[in-house]
Design a binder for this molecule. Structure first.
Ligand code: HEC
Length: 196
């Protein structure tokens, strides 16, 4: 009887260890997958195309503004249709968070919630971009998109093509510029269409 009892106790202890080990394995698995998931999630923050590539450029004296970037960052013209996409993208350009543009607002159709959401609610904290291509040269517009602080040192407008000099950048967004050289050129190509 006693032997039987101690067998049962030993069995119980063995079971306890077995359970503990499976629990530990399960926990380790859960932790690894959760952290892999968290990492995948974190990566997603910058997956929309924030750019590792930052083009070399040399600002030169502008005509209407102090500085301009005369040459295309890519050596080519951008695509205005893509430019509109970046300018209204919630995380990338999002120019309309601050700037109203009549031509963009006209794309918002009453009763169509998708177009209303995309184009219908511009901010009013920055000057309208209507007619901006009449006011500035293409090179000046490029300078304004790349690094507006070069022209307006105290502006709240973000530098869209710069990857240094920021504080508290979120995890994997470090070292990335908001818009790639191609996307800067797309935005410049759209701005070029804003004549009055
Ligand atoms: C956080 C707000 C904000 C965002 C976002 C923003 N801007 Fe601006 N932008 C400004 C402000 C404010 C000015 C006026 C300059 C100043 O600070 O005095 C300005 C000025 C400009 C000008 C010169 C306008 C003029 O008539 O003098 C251009 C061009 C321009 N922004 C383009 C853009 C584009 C293109 C984007 C998106 C890729 C953008 N901005 C995103 C705030 C913003």
């Amino acid at each position: 009887m006693i032997t039987f009892g101690s067998d049962a106790i030993q069995g119980g202890v063995r079971d306890m260890w077995r359970n503990a080990i499976s629990l530990a394995v399960a926990l380790a698995f859960a932790l690894t997958t959760t952290s892999a998931f968290a990492q995948a999630k974190k990566k997603e923050r910058c997956k929309d195309g924030e750019s590792e590539k930052v083009a070399n450029y040399t600002p030169v004296k502008g005509v209407n503004l102090d500085w301009m970037i005369k040459e295309s960052l890519t050596g080519k013209d951008g695509d205005p249709k893509a430019g509109l996409k970046w300018m209204t993208h919630r995380r990338l350009g999002n120019c309309i968070a601050c700037h109203a543009v009549t031509k963009i607002q006209a794309l918002a159709k009453p009763g169509d919630s998708k177009s209303l959401k995309a184009y219908g609610f511009p901010g009013e904290i920055a000057p309208t971009l209507d007619g901006v291509a009449d006011r500035y040269t293409i090179g000046e517009l490029r300078m304004l998109v790349v690094d507006p602080k070069k022209i307006f040192p105290d502006t709240i407008m973000p530098a869209f093509h710069k990857n240094t000099g920021f504080n508290r950048v979120i995890g994997d967004c470090k070292g990335l510029a908001i818009l790639s050289p191609e996307r800067v050129e797309d935005v410049v190509a759209y701005l070029k269409t804003l004549k009055q």
